[in-house]
Write a new protein. Structure first.
Ligand code: SF4
Length: 108
């Protein structure tokens, strides 16, 4: 084996190790990023009566009613882009697709 082929092999191994280390660092970086949120922020800028209506109708961001989520409610409008928050024709403020309130009405 001549020194030229040894250098080529070493060079290949170095480049392979560098690629592997770079991939491992990228994977570690991706793990540190927070997962996409599935909940909506608390409403801001709503009147007291609008906030009270959310409470009165028992709105929750995560439904405890099997098969009944805002996404399946006739009164829900999905967000224009992919995301967890839509709007509701009864309640003001952000509405979670996985939420629920006592006015839930099945989509027809
Ligand atoms: Fe959700 Fe209630 Fe609005 Fe229906 S009426 S979309 S269940 S908040």
């Amino acid at each position: 084996m001549n020194s030229s082929s040894t250098n080529t092999r070493r060079s290949f191994l170095r480049q392979s190790l560098a690629l592997f280390a770079g991939g491992a660092a990228l994977a570690a970086c991706e793990k540190k990023q927070a997962p996409a949120s599935t909940t909506c922020p608390e409403p801001t800028g709503l009147s007291e009566s609008d906030l009270q209506l959310r409470t009165t109708l028992g709105y929750v961001g995560t439904s405890a009613q099997p098969g009944k989520e805002c996404a399946g409610c006739q009164l829900f409008t999905a967000p224009p882009a992919a995301g967890p928050c839509g709007t509701c024709s009864v309640l003001k403020g952000p509405i979670a697709a996985k939420g629920y309130c006592n006015s839930w009405t099945a989509k027809t």
